[in-house]
Design a protein around this ligand. Structure first.
Ligand code: GDP
Length: 195
């Protein structure tokens, strides 16, 4: 699939702000700084569409992007800010919960984890949450350019184990820098879109 026009639609907090017209949505979740914005931009072959979200103030927004009027990418608020207050963390939880549980247009959730590290407790919770909401949860292990091929294979196996992924569950190494995984991710999206 080649997207000609990808446009920012809205940064929503409340459900009432979500786009009203029904289009299939693919969401991206992950810790802040995991490379979520970079990956969305890489998949679209664009710079600067998805904004890097590494400021705590921006943690609570659900960003919607329209793809040729055919479907949407949804950038979910990142987690893992040590400095964020408990109240904010609860707010974050509610925002994600509302989106995952109440968004009828949501087809699948991609969860990003850093390929170099063991998934954090929050990563594990997020993956479980996605699964409990009835989605497969496609895991994307980011920044694969930082490792050798051997290390990539090792880390993928380690992440699979840590997240307790089922045998047929999908995990792909990706890199916004080397564009590793770009076509594999699009293959997954195409398959889901056509299903
Ligand atoms: P977000 O907070 O999840 O949206 O993360 P960003 O996309 O803003 O990326 C966080 C940092 O990681 C930035 O400094 C990026 O340049 C860097 N980064 C993102 N993706 C990659 C990647 O694939 N490879 C490398 N080496 N660095 C990356």
């Amino acid at each position: 699939m080649k997207i000609k026009n990808s446009t920012f639609v809205i940064s929503a907090v409340a459900k009432s702000q979500y786009p009203e017209n029904h289009l299939p949505e693919f969401a991206f979740a992950g810790r802040s700084n995991v490379g979520k914005s970079s990956l969305i931009n890489m998949l679209l072959g664009r710079r600067g569409l998805a904004k890097t979200s590494s400021t705590p103030g921006k943690t609570q927004l659900v960003n919607f992007y329209d793809m040729d009027g055919l479907f949407r990418f949804v950038d979910l608020p990142g987690y893992g800010f040590a400095k964020v207050s408990k109240v904010k963390k609860e707010g974050w939880g509610k925002i994600i919960d509302t989106y995952l549980n109440e968004r009828e247009d949501l087809i699948e959730v991609f969860q990003l984890v850093d390929i170099r590290h063991k998934p954090s407790g929050e990563d594990k919770n997020m993956y479980e949450w996605i699964r409990n909401c009835g989605f497969n949860g496609i895991v994307l292990a980011t920044k694969s350019d930082k490792l050798s091929k051997n290390q990539v294979a090792q880390q993928i196996a380690m992440i699979r184990k840590e997240l307790k992924m089922e045998k047929d569950a999908v995990i792909l190494p990706v890199s916004s820098t080397s564009r590793d995984g770009k076509y594999e991710v699009w293959d997954v999206i195409n398959a889901l879109f056509e299903a």
